[in-house]
Design a protein around this ligand. Structure first.
Ligand SMILES: NC(=O)c1ccc[n+]([C@@H]2O[C@H](COP(=O)([O-])OP(=O)(O)OC[C@H]3O[C@@H](n4cnc5c(N)ncnc54)[C@H](O)[C@@H]3O)[C@@H](O)[C@H]2O)c1
Length: 258
């Protein structure tokens, strides 16, 4: 088998659509096996079937997973380990962008966003390390956001949750280094990317106007594509990035340079 991630076995949360599906396809195209865990199990199965049609049966697998539930993580990781013959890459990708300004935000919404975006990284990493120890070298890739580094007046829950993912990612990196594990942990910080997560704006302004409006906030003048993030995920999953741990990759079209 050839490819930049040949022999790697990746578990990806939120793999039914958007960035998770794009990363799974890119990793499989470069020789990895992939397991998709999503609350939308049917969607994850559809993506896995597409990958298997392109790269052969046994390349991709799908498992039901609500990333806020510890028992579901334990079960999905156990099943993925058995299906792929190990786990060497974990991509904590599932996330939601709900919110509202601080005075309008319901406590239940705050807790839901924090749970899906941050509890997920804690639970997934805690339970995946057991398998990743057996499959070194390994890589943990946490999908934060540029909104974890730059705040907005209207998204306190999303900002706080993604900032949490940023530093949690570094803590995991230091833990693995201290344990002398060859397992790295890094975060990716995308700006607006063309996935269903932007549908809220598309419904409000129409597709073209919404994407143009968001693009005008970015120095390079356009939103990103899922493939832009998938390329970084392949790099971080591969041994090409073996010196990188506890770091962040900003894929933000220059927005954080302002
Ligand atoms: N697209 C962007 O503009 C953008 C920018 C920065 C960061 N991100 C981050 O990238 C990640 C992926 O976003 P996307 O754009 O692909 O979004 P998306 O809405 O297209 O996909 C998210 C996926 O996560 C799954 N999911 C949601 N809640 C879940 C749960 N409780 N358990 C399991 N799966 C669950 C959904 O079913 C879906 O398949 C998210 O963490 C998001 O915050 C996205």
């Amino acid at each position: 088998m050839s490819g930049r991630v040949a022999g790697k076995k990746a578990f990806i949360s939120g793999g039914a659509q958007g960035l998770g599906a794009a990363m799974a396809k890119a990793l499989a195209a470069e020789g990895a096996k992939v397991s998709l865990g999503d609350i939308n199990h049917l969607g994850a199965e559809t993506v896995a079937a597409e990958i298997n049609a392109a790269h052969g049966e046994g390349t991709a697998f799908a498992f039901p997973l609500d990333v806020t539930k510890e028992d579901q993580w334990i079960f999905a990781l156990e099943e993925a380990d058995a299906a792929m013959g190990g786990i060497s890459v974990l991509i904590n990708n599932a996330g939601v962008a709900d919110g509202g300004a601080i005075e309008d935000l319901e406590f239940d919404t705050w807790k839901r966003v924090m749970s899906i975006n941050v509890d997920s990284v804690f639970l997934g990493t805690k339970h995946a390390l057991k398998y990743m120890r057996q499959n070194q070298p390994g890589s943990i890739i946490n999908i934060s956001s540029i909104a974890g580094l730059i705040a907005s007046h209207s998204s306190p829950a999303y900002n706080a949750s993604k900032a949490g993912v940023w530093l949690l990612s570094k803590s995991i990196a230091l833990h693995c280094a201290k344990q002398k594990l060859e397992i790295r942990s890094n975060s990716i910080h995308p700006v607006f990317i063309n996935t269903p997560i932007l549908d809220r704006w598309r419904q409000q302004f129409g597709k073209e106007e919404a994407e143009a409006k968001l693009g005008r906030q970015i120095p390079i003048g356009r939103i990103g594509q899922p493939e832009d993030i998938a390329a970084a995920a392949v790099y971080l999953a591969s041994d090409e990035s073996k010196l990188m741990t506890g770091a962040e990759i900003k894929l933000d079209g220059g927005i954080s340079a302002m």
